[in-house]
Write a protein of this length. Structure first.
Length: 622
């Protein structure tokens, strides 16, 4: 078994695709970790905004969370309809493109790509950052740990969807069981205590009400927009419908129901218990920082086994939340590639029936962000919600047009219309409230992605115009080509290349560039081993051409000679046959063929359509 097979598993045939389809439960760790992990930072983001009004913020976190859950429910119902209407997947991109036009589709595609790349970088850095804060000795290795985790997740996904689902099922199950258990215990304690439970470990005190200002509508709006970060990743299932077993739409809807149901329970539970146990957010920059979830678990269960198990599960899911992007971005990239807006390599599945190019590209982009930001990507978090809600809004608006086009009104259209308005307004609120915190970057990043799409499509359109033809094959007599074989000396490789050149036909010329007196012995060799056998067989011998190079250059004399040969056959072609040594050891490539590679590059990028380049390999023994 090769190293690649050990790392990625055996190659799967196209007929084995059904074995890689996933169940609704497997869809939770594969497509739901992004959404579920947001329970760890969505409520905290809202409570952080409410720090300005101290204890009063705990009185409004409940209504704000209910508003977030209500919006989540609207988006959930809408995406159930999207899954049924577009079972081929693609989610926001497909819906927007088919109903609102190409421009809207590309905007949705750019928003999704931005969201998925940021999810990987932020999720991994958040998880590693939390681990490093618990073990300060790891802080200097933050970037290295982020990159190692990134590579591990990438390799797991390169092994196939089913394998990634199996690998991440246990951490997801641990996260859900532990947190739901803590919430249930906390609610029971709260009810039995008449709404005023006693914390096992008292949380730090909060600021007095109105310490920095009073409650205002703008503050509530800002807290709501911060809490909406908990909704990122909800669209993932609609993008990956084809990944599910048949009936795929039904199973995808079921998986989405599991994800949204668990997320809503976690969000509502965290908000309710935060108020009951008087747990407010702590400034992330404070040396005494603790996350809301860890304070909540300590308040309900103390700092025993459950506490450390909960912390471990939270950190694990935060780190692994990047998996949603690895499952979804390659499929969105595949759809864009099929429409000629990304390189066609993104539309091809690799050895394990996954879109390898998309996984590799996502790994490189996320790795670049982690390195550039030193593994601390907090400033990119505001872009999360913007990408997600832009995709939400375009998808909802597209579904409104979809129902109108089909002549169907009523509840489905009304639901999507309400969703489009709600998510659109939320998007504007997030843009305004988070603009100075990094949301301004969307004005650069999304247009940049749209430019990439446009230039890629323009190139493919140009290629189609240039190479497309309906002309029949031309059987008219052709002018014999000039066949040029660059040689260094007389070897078995040279002999094989010339033998092939003679089969091509035409005027065969062996060309040697003389550098510091090289090739002087070739004249005698040529007479003995080339011209004399040719006379014996009544054949025309290849011509030996020696080119002087007083400045010890190789490529320029050859290029000049090839251009001169073109002038000799204005209606014909020049065929350049390049001999190459091929070794079974990859590292031997550094010892051979440097000149051959340089010559090929010069000829390929010369843009001359009348020059044909042919490789003649000579395979070395072990």
């Amino acid at each position: 078994m090769s190293l690649i097979e050990r790392l990625l598993g055996r190659t799967l045939s196209s007929q084995e695709e059904s074995t890689q389809k996933i169940t609704p439960l497997a869809g939770v760790p594969i497509l739901g970790l992004d959404a579920l992990s947001s329970a760890a930072y969505g409520p905290e983001a809202a409570l952080t905004v409410l720090l300005a009004i101290g204890a009063l913020g705990l009185n409004v976190i409940g209504p704000i969370t209910l508003a977030v859950v209500a919006l989540l429910f609207i988006v959930y119902l809408s995406y159930r309809q999207t899954i049924a209407a577009y079972p081929q997947g693609g989610g926001s991109y497909t819906v927007a493109r088919e109903n609102l036009g190409v421009g809207a589709g590309l905007l949705a595609g750019a928003a999704l790509i931005l969201d998925y790349v940021l999810n990987v970088a932020v999720g991994i850095s958040a998880g590693v950052g939390a681990v490093a804060s618990a073990f300060p000795a790891l802080l200097p290795l933050r970037v290295e740990l982020c990159l190692v985790l990134l590579i591990v997740i990438a390799f797991v996904n390169l092994r196939g969807l089913r394998e990634s689902g199996a690998a991440f099922m246990l951490p997801t199950l641990l996260f859900v069981v532990v947190l739901v258990g803590v919430i249930v215990v906390g609610v029971v304690k709260t009810v039995l205590a008449g709404g005023a439970p006693v914390a096992v470990v008292a949380p730090p005190g909060v600021l007095a009400a109105g310490a920095s200002g009073g409650l205002s509508l703008w503050l509530i709006v800002r807290a709501f927009s911060a809490g909406c970060t908990a909704m990122t990743g909800v669209e993932a299932v609609s993008n990956g419908v084809p990944n599910f077993r048949d009936p795929a739409p039904r199973n995808a809807q079921l998986s989405l129901s599991y994800i949204v149901g668990i997320l809503a329970l976690l969000l509502a539970g965290v908000a309710y218990l935060s108020r009951a146990y008087h747990i407010s957010a702590i400034d992330p920059a404070s040396p005494a920082y603790q996350s809301v979830l860890t304070m909540l678990v300590a308040a309900v269960t103390g700092k025993g086994v459950v506490y450390f198990l909960s912390v471990f599960a939270i950190l694990l899911v935060l780190c692994l939340s990047a998996n949603t992007s690895f499952a979804d971005l390659p499929r969105v990239a595949k759809l864009l590639a099929q429409d000629n807006y990304l390189p066609h390599a993104f539309a091809s599945r690799g050895r394990r029936l996954v879109y390898t190019s998309g996984i590799v590209a996502l790994t490189l982009l996320a790795g670049l962000l982690l390195v550039v930001f030193g593994g601390v990507t907090d400033r990119l978090i505001p872009l999360f919600a913007i990408g997600a809600f832009l995709a939400f809004t375009l998808s909802q608006a597209g579904m409104v047009t979809h129902w109108r086009r089909l002549g169907r009104g009523g509840a489905p259209l009304a639901l999507n219309l309400v969703g489009a308005v709600a998510t659109g307004v939320t998007l504007l609120v997030i843009l305004v409230s988070k603009f100075t915190d990094g949301a301004w970057a969307t004005l650069v990043l999304i247009p940049a992605l749209l430019l990439v799409f446009t230039l890629t499509r323009r190139h493919y359109d140009s290629v189609r115009v240039q190479v497309g033809t309906d002309e029949a094959l031309d059987y008219s007599p052709r002018v014999a080509p000039v066949v040029i074989v660059p040689i260094q000396d007389w070897t078995a490789v040279t002999r094989k290349a010339l033998r092939f050149a003679m089969k091509v036909g035409g005027d065969v010329r062996a060309v040697h560039v003389q550098i510091e007196g090289s090739g002087t012995q070739l004249t005698g060799v040529w007479a003995t081993l080339v011209e004399r056998p040719a006379q014996a067989h009544g054949a025309t011998a290849p011509k030996l051409v020696l080119l002087a190079s007083p400045y010890r250059r190789l490529l320029e004399p050859l290029s000049d000679y090839i251009r001169a040969a073109e002038q000799e056959v204005p209606a014909g072609q020049v065929v350049v046959i390049i001999p190459e040594l091929i070794s079974t050891r990859w590292y031997h490539s550094f010892l051979h063929n440097a000149r051959s590679t340089a010559l090929k590059a010069k000829l390929y990028f010369g843009g001359d359509r009348r020059v044909v380049v042919i490789n003649v390999p000579w395979y070395l023994d072990e």
